[in-house]
Design a protein around this ligand. Structure first.
Ligand code: MTE
Ligand code: LUZ
Ligand code: MOS
Length: 761
């Protein structure tokens, strides 16, 4: 186990928000939310709730001292509904009582009368009605309209992916308490303490310096707490601010599933044109993003969809249009990949369908069009230091694609109802926030007089191992025992104006900021040593394994000695630093620029066995060659790749979010929403690290890893489609993701008689 808090986790000793020892007098909040997806509030009756046992207060929009507004990108989201409800689960009132149970009991006594309005859950319907949150966004390269005539084959169709529930282990939680002078302090389970701080300040009508947000760690975020921790923190803060008491708000699992947004479902139209050799000449795509009832991060997510509309391929003529469609569902939000996976699913579908028409294997088209060094993306950036082909070739050399394909063909010939399928899935994911200004971070490092070190950055530990990576950076620069280093909670008083821990960039951004701070401390320490030992500037001094070396000779001076001496000489043993990614820029007006510091890339093979009698399947293996750069921590990176892959597999297969046409979530618990478990997961996930890859834009030449491998999971959809094709060679399947077993079964057979006839031969 390489992560330093793992032992603590296993023993149940780590603190999450609900574990903090509550201050004396802590009260508990419960949220009353809209039972209807669209309508006007005619009346809200809190009479009975107000006299409920243990009740302390009920707050509605009228009680908000500042702005009733939490929209980050667009101010279109009320904290508490004032007049019109827009989704089931939208918060209307905060009920505060002596215990969590009493708060829920009081909450359930609130009565509401809503005059209902028409409900829209489908993004295309919303588009038709003109309900767009932002104007259509377009990325283009070359001249698509003129390119079709040069194509030997044109294929068009529709591709759809469903949402995905984050299902972080720790539900949304916040604990707020008043501080002197009308301020507030909040322990929040958030990926972005600064956005929580900004939101709370706005809602309470106070300045940001009066709001302190502290985040020790998350029990998972996966994007679900990049923006959507704000509301709960603001509600706890509002109640606490008003009552001058500590207030804790922890959503139950079912509330969390119902009330919060998910990965965006997309419905897309594509048109792809190729020459007779399989070279892609033109690609046109329209993305209908199901944004839910307010903007949240949808516009930024739609941007990334457009950035990744061509995945790992070079296509000379592209037109990609994105529509951010408002619907009566909870606002959908960031989820590992941030709109990228949705886009990549569509181009892979287009390639699959073109291959089907041509009667060839999709991987021939994939390989032929793989990005080469210097190829241009539709947004103008050209790929540099591309290892995409190296990853592809190494995967092929190691696992022999042709051989796997032959053995699958033999297997499928020999088995009537069991069919194997294989797909190859390459990935090329841009690393940097696409909003350039967000690519900055800062670090604060204290060396205490006993030689131990405390580090604060904006990076939030949510299971991805960032704390261990940061410790490694500092331990490496100072050349000291890693156990001397502690990573402190992220805190807005120590680290200001921070971007959320997101976009897989936290190790790069915070690591590089930390590197700068550590270097300046090391420089101060070296001059302190020179002074102590009376050594000239031209003689090399360094610390190795906590011992001072002059040129290459060890001295008697140890780490503790030099710290003590520097302290006695009044050397500043604290350092604060900022890092901003160089080189990147993006012109939003023309949708061109150089938005990404670099790309995370690789290729995978996914193999499955489908039981065509029952529609059930087993994912046999996922084999990957991925470019991790020079990994900072092999075990952590491998864990990130494996976890992301399984999450991607779940999204494509068994995770099925269902809303009815009245906007009610039918899959609001784990009995109806299935996620991968150890039995579902492939027996064999082979992660190979591409050798000899360095990346100066990443910390210590490493590469970001948090999100990109999720995209490998998309391959399972096409592997399943191939197995279905082996069973029904003449049938053309057009099925939306996820490919649940029931959906597969219903697609393989036209009806019950058909099924029976098949069984009986
Ligand atoms: N891994 C764990 N265990 N838990 C998480 O919540 N979030 C993912 C990824 N890996 C997540 C995770 C997402 S969405 C992102 S953006 C990155 O971690 C963020 O962390 P990083 O920037 O350190 O990679
Ligand atoms: N968040 C964000 C992200 O604000 N901008 C991004 O580009 C991004 N990318 C991935 C995940 N979160
Ligand atoms: Mo990850 S979707 O950037 O939080």
């Amino acid at each position: 186990m390489s992560r330093y808090d793992l032992i603590q986790h296993v023993r149940g000793e780590s603190y999450f928000v609900d574990d903090f020892i509550s201050p004396e007098g802590t009260l508990y909040a419960s949220i009353f939310f809209s039972p209807k997806a669209h309508g006007k509030i005619k009346s809200l009756n809190i009479d009975e709730a107000k006299i409920s046992n243990g009740i302390k207060a009920i707050f509605t929009s009228a009680d908000i001292p500042g702005e009733n507004q939490i929209g980050g990108i667009i101010p279109d989201e009320e904290l508490l509904v004032n007049d019109e409800v827009n989704y089931i689960g939208q918060p209307i009132a905060i009920v505060v009582a002596e215990t969590p149970l009493l708060a829920k009991q009081a909450r359930d006594k609130i009565k509401i009368d809503i005059s209902e309005l028409p409900v829209i859950t489908d993004p295309r319907e919303s588009f038709k009605k003109g309900n767009l949150i932002i104007p259509p966004q377009i990325f283009s390269l070359g001249d698509v309209d003129n390119a079709w005539k040069n194509c030997d084959l044109i294929v068009s169709g529709k591709a759809e992916t469903s949402g995905q529930e984050h299902l972080y282990l720790e539900t949304q939680s916040a604990l707020a308490f008043p501080t002197e002078g009308g301020g507030i302090k909040i322990y929040s389970s958030t990926q972005g303490p600064t956005v929580v701080q900004r939101t709370v300040a706005k809602v309470l009508g106070i300045s940001m310096n009066k709001v302190e947000v502290d985040t020790l760690r998350l029990g998972g975020g996966f994007g679900g707490k990049e923006d959507q921790a704000n509301a709960w923190a603001a509600m706890a803060a509002l109640a606490s601010f008003k009552l001058k008491k500590p207030v804790k708000l922890v959503l139950s699992r079912q509330e969390d599933i119902k009330l919060t947004g998910k990965r965006h479902p997309y419905s897309s139209d594509y048109k792809i044109g190729l020459d007779k050799n399989g070279k892609i000449i033109a690609y046109e795509v329209a993305f209908y993003q199901n944004a839910g009832a307010s903007a949240d991060l949808s516009p930024a997510i739609l941007d990334r969809t457009l950035f990744h509309s061509t995945n790992s391929y070079y296509i000379p003529n592209v037109k990609a249009t994105g529509y951010c469609c408002k619907t009566n569902l909870p606002p959908n939000t960031a989820f590992r990949g941030f709109g990228g996976p949705q886009a990549m699913f569509v181009i892979e579908t287009a390639i699959y369908k073109a291959a089907e028409k041509m009667g060839i294997d999709p991987l021939i088209i994939q390989e032929k069009n793989l990005l080469n060094e210097g190829d241009e993306f539709p947004y103008g950036q050209k790929i540099k230091n591309s290892n995409l082909r190296r990853c592809w070739n190494e995967l092929d050399e190691k696992y022999h694609l042709a051989r796997i394909k032959n053995s699958i063909e033999d297997y499928n010939k020999a088995n009537k109802f069991l069919k194997k399928g294989i797909a190859v899935m390459p990935v090329c994911f841009g690393i940097s926030f696409t909003n350039t200004f967000m690519n900055q971070a800062s670090a604060l490092v204290h060396i205490y007089s006993d030689g131990s070190i405390g580090i604060t950055t904006a990076a939030i530990e949510m299971g991805q191992g960032i704390n261990e990576k940061l410790r490694k950076v500092a331990a490496n620069i100072f050349s000291i025992d890693i156990n001397k280093i502690k990573i402190e909670a992220s805190n807005t008083t120590r680290i200001a104006n921070a971007s959320p821990t997101a976009a897989s960039s936290s190790a790069d951004l915070n690591g590089k900021a930390l590197e700068i701070a550590c270097h300046s401390l090391r420089d101060r320490l070296t001059s302190s040593i020179r002074q102590d030992l009376k050594i000239e500037n031209n003689i090399a001094v360094h610390i190795k394994d906590e011992i001072v070396y002059i040129i290459d000779k060890p001295t008697k001076l140890k780490w503790e000695d030099i710290i003590k001496s520097a302290f006695m000489k009044r050397v500043n043993l604290s350092s604060q630093s900022q890092y901003a990614t160089p080189e990147i820029s993006f012109n939003k007006k023309i949708s061109k620029g150089y938005p990404f510091a670099y790309y995370s890339m690789g290729t995978s093979i996914i193999e499955i066995t489908l039981d065509c009698l029952r529609g059930i399947y087993k994912i046999d293996s996922v084999k990957v060659v991925h470019d991790f750069g020079k990994t900072l921590d092999k075990i952590i990176d491998k864990g990130q790749a494996e976890g992301a892959i399984v999450q991607g597999l779940g999204w494509m297969t068994i995770e099925d979010i269902v809303y009815n046409d009245q906007g009610k979530l039918l899959t609001d618990s784990l009995s109806t929403y299935k996620i991968p478990d150890i039995n579902f997961s492939p027996d064999n996930i082979d992660i190979n690290f591409l050798e000899n890859s360095v990346n100066p834009m990443g910390i210590f030449n490493s590469k970001a890893i948090g999100e990109p491998p999720l995209i490998y999971g998309i391959g399972v959809y096409f592997a399943l489609m191939n197995a279905m094709k082996a069973f029904r060679p003449k049938k053309i399947f057009n099925i939306s993701a996820p490919l649940t077993p029931e959906k597969i079964l219903l697609s393989l057979y036209s009806n019950y008689t058909d099924h029976l006839t098949s069984i009986n031969g």
